[in-house]
Design a protein around this ligand. Structure first.
Ligand SMILES: Cc1cc2nc3c(=O)[nH]c(=O)nc-3n(C[C@H](O)[C@H](O)[C@H](O)COP(=O)(O)O)c2cc1C
Length: 204
């Protein structure tokens, strides 16, 4: 009984203090590609980078490096790493380039991806917008990959491979939160994989 009462009070306190639980945070997080000119505070930047460094890695190998960029000219150059879907990096307050080291781990892409989403969730908790920009398997030009372009720009040595860039900035606008009633539950299979009919009609 005491535990129930305590839980209720913690819940109300969280509500009063506007502290979000993890699911509320997930619902609120959307990709933000429009930023105000406001910079991030050093505390905010530190928390975001700590989220990356706190991330779990395969065999605890820490097979990543993070390059935090705030310089406007370099942000602009990063925004040109591929022809589409990266232009907004130029207006970000900060971008973190995540490079994976395949010599340290054959799960380095997974390690890098987990660090990326952890940074995005930490940013969301701070009310900071973010967006993932895919670099791995993307091209700068017909002969140069996006990764090669960035390695050259930021002096990233071999064998590091850039997986993605996460852009950060204060949100110009909030976006519509995700809808819990619209989740793709058909992607969840209980016990065994179950093929669904094409039209989604699963009545028997
Ligand atoms: C692996 C991955 C790659 C992505 N690459 C890009 C990208 O290059 N440019 C971009 O604008 N958004 C990119 N996104 C963001 C997605 O477009 C976005 O997460 C998706 O449309 C869902 O929208 P939401 O994040 O607002 O929920 C990427 C997201 C993921 C997870």
């Amino acid at each position: 009984m005491l535990i129930i009462v305590l839980r209720f009070h913690v819940f109300r306190l969280n509500k009063l203090l506007m502290i979000e639980n993890f699911q509320q945070l997930q619902i609120k997080r959307r990709s933000i590609r429009k930023y105000t000119p406001e910079l991030l505070s050093s505390d905010e930047t530190k928390l975001i980078l700590e989220a990356a460094l706190l991330s779990p890695t395969s065999k605890n190998k820490h097979s990543w490096d993070f390059i935090a960029v705030e310089d406007k000219q370099i942000l602009k150059a990063l925004s040109l790493c591929k022809p589409h879907s990266a232009t907004f990096i130029a207006d970000a307050a900060m971008a973190v380039v995540i490079a994976a080291n395949p010599l340290l781990s054959n799960a380095c892409v997974e390690d890098a991806s987990i660090a990326a989403i952890n940074m995005q969730m930490q940013a969301e908790e701070l009310g900071i917008g973010s967006c993932w920009v895919q670099v791995r398997n993307r091209n700068y030009s017909e002969t140069i990959t996006a990764g090669e372009y960035i390695n050259d720009l930021l002096n990233i040595p071999m064998p590091l491979e850039v997986v993605c860039i996460i852009s950060f900035g204060k949100k110009e606008n909030e976006r519509t939160p995700a809808d819990l009633h619209n989740l793709k539950w058909e992607k969840v299979h209980i016990g065994k994989y179950k093929f669904e009919p094409e039209n989604g009609d699963n009545t028997e």
